[in-house]
Structures are given as structure tokens and as C-alpha cells.
Design a protein. Structure first.
Length: 391
């Protein structure tokens, strides 16, 4: 007979996960209108109050290329303010339990994070990124991989001197939008290199939605065989073909316990237009329709995790409410289905019941709860040809 218990079939599958929110950074970087500082602060605060403890606040790169984050200092300052700390205290949350991350792709951004840290408003964690595809890496950073590894090693050391942790991202694991197929083994080696030079944790990124569930399971199984510390590994999935939920499940089955997403599935390649002005971003968009390249929606991810009875620490209904608000902020229908369809309620929706069933049961003389005709056997007698064959 088959084994029916997921956790016996997949013994590495976690009973609890951490889900980070990266809406106001990765989510907003692809938007072609400036999202106000007030909106960034609102959604950041509300997601933390809803249960987020790993929070990506901004990008500290040159605002000429990514002007969406020209307010990065103000955003970071708010999340270090007494006002915010007091709001957390009223909600029973300790500020030190929240990890604030800023993206710092190049060394100048790392230096900026260090300076802000010295001023008391800097991030706890920063992020640098390599792609296993040299072409994709060059498009993002303007360097060769060898150059970048040396730069990252320097940055990790000086960031550590002021108490900032480094997250090393590995991208194009399952394929590149520029050169196509890539090798999983390269990504495993890149992960080891990040840890060798001092990275605190690793983001494993499917930045273009290339991953298929079988390859996700294979890759994360390879990773956890090589580096059997689930807390080190973070899964980052984009949704371009409506298959990312399968990738999430495959990652869980392999043993991954850290994920991240954005409200409404926002995000993608940095915008090359802002308001009425073309900007540099990272050049031309990789996709024919850049509206459908964002991350997994954190609303749908939470519902998926919640219905698997995996602990996550969020107020799911509050997050669904925020997802509906985000559609007003952005001004269009976003990609979460859960914000409209909600969770699967164990008690169902009695208000949708049709009148008259009780009277019909009484009229027919049936018993309450009767599901089969009275003269049928208690259990179905399966025809011989459909029965399981004996071993």
C-alpha cells in the first residue's frame, strides 16, 4: 500500500517556515511610477505587524539607475525610529527580532549601507548577487564573475566589521533569460563559494520563472545534501507561467524552510521608465509583457502554507486585506487569487446552501445524514477488474 503521510514520504519537509516580505523593494522596483515614501512605510509596517520578521526595505544602489529608491534613507530611518519602535512595543513585538535588509549589488552601495549603519539607521543585512550565467551577471552588475567574487569578499569583511550580515544570492539556477539552459551543479558550487568567503545566508533565486517542480526538488536536495543546514537557504521564486506554487511545494518536500514573496506578485526586472521619464534600470526588459514577471504572491503563498498546516507566524487575513489595499495603491488588478477567493474554510459557506433540502429529506422518509439508498451495502463492492492486484 502507498504511504499517505507527506512527512513520512518527505522526511526533510518542515513543520514550520519563515516567510520574508520583499514588497517595498523587489515588488516596487519594477513599477513604472514612483511609489510614495508614505506608501512604502505603510506596507512595510503593516506586513511586520501581520507577522513578517525578515523584511527587505530598499535598494541602496545609485538612484540615477533606480530612482524608485531615491527615498531609501528616509525609509530606513523610519524603521529605526522611536515612533516605529513604540508601535511595535504596543503590538508586543521586539524591534531586535526584525531583520531589515537592503540590496547592495555593488561595493559603493555596501559602503553606503556601512555609513548608514554608523549613523544608526543602516540595515541588519545586505544582499549581493551572482548569476551562474556570465551574460546575465554582466547585465546586472557590469563585471565579470571573477571581478565580482573579489569585490564580494571585500564587502563581506568590511560589512561584518560594523555588524552587517551578508546574504549571497545565486541566480540563473534553472536557466537564464539571456543564454538559456544552465547547470544546477554550478549553482551548488556558487553557494559553497559564498559561504567560503563569509556570507551569512544564501538566496537561491529563480529570477525569471524558469524552474520546474522536478528540477526544484532535485536542486534543493542537492543543496541540502551538500550543506545540510536548512536555515541557511532561502527560496526566491518568480511567477511567469503559473507554476511557482508547484515549485514551492517541491522546495518544501526537499526540506527548504525559508521563502519570500511580494504582495500581489509585484516585482521583476528594475523598471526602465519612471513616471514620464525613461531611466537606465538594467536595460531593455527580458519579456514581451513585463506585467507578468513578478514574484510569487505572498498572499497565495501564505494560504498554501497555511492549508498544509505548516506554521508560519502570520495573520493571514490581515495580509489578504493588505493585498486588496495594494491593488488600490498600484492602480490595477494584481495577481493574487487568494485576496478574492480567500482561504478554504473548514466550516464552509452555509449562506450558499439552497433552501428545501430538509423538507425533501422528510418527504422521502430518508434519515438525516443518509447518503446512499437504504438497501445498498454499507461499503461499495468493487468489480474484480478494478481491485488492487495482490503482490
Amino acid at each position: 500500500m502507498s504511504e499517505y503521510d507527506f512527512w513520512k514520504i518527505f522526511p526533510r519537509m518542515p513543520k514550520g517556515v519563515t516567510i520574508g516580505d520583499i514588497t517595498i523593494r523587489d515588488g516596487f522596483q519594477h513599477e513604472e511610477k514612483f511609489i510614495s515614501t508614505a506608501a512604502k512605510i505603510f506596507y512595510g509596517e503593516e506586513m511586520i505587524l501581520a507577522g513578517c520578521r525578515e523584511f527587505e526595505a530598499t535598494n541602496l544602489g545609485n538612484p540615477e539607475g533606480i530612482p524608485q529608491f531615491r527615498d531609501s534613507d528616509k525609509v530606513l530611518a523610519h524603521f529605526r525610529s522611536d515612533r516605529f519602535r513604540k508601535r511595535l512595543e504596543r503590538a508586543g513585538i521586539k524591534q531586535e527580532d526584525i531583520t531589515i535588509t537592503a540590496v547592495t549589488i555593488r561595493e559603493t552601495a555596501v559602503d553606503r549601507a556601512i555609513e548608514l549603519r554608523k549613523q544608526g539607521i543602516g540595515p541588519d543585512r545586505i544582499l549581493m548577487m551572482v548569476s551562474t550565467d556570465p551574460e546575465h551577471h554582466f547585465a546586472n552588475s557590469g563585471t565579470t564573475l571573477s571581478q565580482y567574487w573579489q569585490e564580494a569578499e571585500r564587502c563581506i569583511k568590511k560589512a561584518a566589521d560594523v555588524g552587517i550580515k551578508m546574504c549571497g544570492t545565486v541566480s540563473t539556477i534553472w536557466g537564464s533569460p539571456i543564454t538559456g539552459a544552465t547547470k544546477l551543479e554550478d549553482a551548488v558550487e556558487f553557494t559553497k563559494r559564498w559561504l567560503e568567503i563569509g556570507a551569512f545566508d544564501i538566496e537561491h533565486a529563480d529570477h525569471d520563472g524558469s524552474a520546474s517542480a522536478d528540477q526544484v526538488y532535485r536542486y534543493f536536495s542537492m543543496i541540502l545534501d551538500a550543506i545540510p543546514h536548512p536555515e541557511v537557504h532561502l527560496a526566491h521564486f518568480h511567477e511567469t507561467k503559473r507554476v511557482a506554487a508547484a515549485s514551492v511545494l517541491a522546495a518544501l518536500q526537499a526540506g527548504i524552510c525559508r521563502f519570500e514573496g511580494t504582495l500581489g506578485g509585484l516585482g521583476g526586472q528594475p523598471a526602465n521608465f519612471l513616471d514620464d521619464v525613461p531611466v537606465r534600470g538594467t536595460g531593455e526588459y527580458y519579456y514581451k509583457d513585463p506585467r507578468y514577471v513578478g514574484l510569487i504572491t505572498i498572499e497565495d503563498l501564505l494560504v498554501q502554507i497555511d492549508e498544509l498546516a505548516i506554521k508560519h507566524g502570520y495573520d493571514v487575513d490581515r495580509v489578504l486585506w493588505l493585498g486588496r489595499k495594494m491593488e488600490k495603491t498600484i492602480g490595477r488588478r494584481l495577481r493574487s487569487e487568494a485576496v478574492y477567493n480567500g482561504r478554504t474554510l473548514k466550516e464552509g459557506h452555509p449562506e450558499f446552501g439552497r433552501p428545501g433540502l430538509k423538507k425533501l429529506i422528510e418527504k422521502l422518509g430518508e434519515e438525516p445524514g443518509q447518503r446512499m439508498p437504504r438497501d445498498w451495502a454499507p461499503q461499495a463492492i468493487l468489480p474484480e477488474k478494478y481491485r488492487p492486484k495482490s503482490c
